[in-house]
Design a protein around this ligand. Structure first.
Ligand code: UTP
Length: 290
């Protein structure tokens, strides 16, 4: 069985839930203290053993490319002024991994974005990390899925339980327990109505897929929201061959929502070596007034 060495990060969505900032700034570049959100995603892929990463971008997303490129002028200045720590940090970003970019010319949906990765992926299995889902965990969520892929060879979905009141915003999966936190998945539906709920398990930001998904995506018609949905293609895989769902361990921040952005910023600041003490004191004082 082929190993998972490639990852695709779809980042071409319009981010309409976090307007107006996303009119001019990609949500993937929103800062979490001092790092843009997408850097967390790339770091997760790298620490999961991924060698090659394709980021799907779109119009107005040039800042993402700049962030992972070198910046010789800045490097010279930091070197000359002896700011070695900062220099090391920015050199580290441009050397994280082999990062490639392709543009999704129109935001036609997540399924369509993944289809843009076809020639990069070829015949290999690949990981998908949604650019707006940050997951912090001791063992990277992506690695948790890859380990299960290596055991079963089937597509693997990163899932968590969501509340009944929020599942209509996500997908819902039909699952049967295999062992521990691993389930077989035989069906799924995107943004279910109450009567369509299959379980409260929902795909949250990570999956590992075989390249057979591309032929299915080529035939997938626009679904919910008039978008080509990845869920609709994965549903066919789940029904025909079966997929595996992993209830991953980790704390997820939805960077596609305003609340998620604030939660990520506050919690990251509380563990940031430079600002944690001062920020904690500030928060304590603020909380007294709430
Ligand atoms: P989302 O549906 O969360 O992102 O897609 P969105 O479309 O930006 O969100 P809203 O509803 O308008 O606020 C999940 C992931 O798929 C990417 C997004 O960038 C996000 O990482 N995506 C979505 C694409 O790359 N292309 C698309 O056409 C749609």
């Amino acid at each position: 069985m082929m190993r998972v060495k490639k990852a695709v990060i779809p980042a071409a969505g319009l981010g309409t839930r976090v307007l107006p900032i996303t009119k001019s700034l990609p949500k993937e570049m929103l800062p979490i203290v001092d790092k843009p959100a997408i850097q967390y995603i790339v770091e997760e892929a790298v620490s999961s053993g991924i060698k090659d990463i394709l980021i799907i971008t779109g119009r107005g997303k040039e800042l993402i490319e700049n962030h992972f490129d070198k910046n010789p002028e800045l490097e010279i200045r930091l070197n000359r002024t002896n700011k070695q720590d900062a220099l090391k940090e920015i050199l580290g970003i441009s050397n994280l991994s082999n990062i490639y970019f392709v543009r999704q010319k129109e935001a036609l949906g997540l399924g369509h974005a993944i289809l843009c990765a076809r020639s990069f992926v070829g015949e290999e299995p690949f990981a998908v990390l949604y650019a707006d889902d940050i997951i912090l965990s001791e063992k990277p969520a992506c690695k948790q899925l890859i380990d299960v892929y290596n055991e079963f060879g089937l597509g693997v979905l990163g899932v968590n339980k969501v509340s009944k009141s929020s599942i209509s915003k996500y997908s819902s999966l039909k699952v049967d327990l295999i062992r521990d936190n691993i389930y077989s998945c035989s069906d799924m539906i995107e943004k279910p109505t109450e009567s369509q709920i299959l379980s409260l398990y929902s795909v949250l930001g990570r999956c590992v897929l075989n390249s057979d998904v591309f032929d299915i995506l080529e035939r997938t018609k626009p679904g919910v929201g008039e978008e080509i949905q990845l869920t609709d293609a994965m549903k066919i895989l789940a029904r025909d061959k079966g997929m595996i769902a992993v209830d991953f361990v980790g704390k997820r921040y939805d960077m596609g929502s305003k609340l998620g952005i604030m939660q990520a910023s506050v919690e990251a600041a509380l563990s940031h070596s430079e600002v944690k003490e001062d920020f904690k004191n500030y928060l304590k004082q603020l909380c007294r007034k709430l």
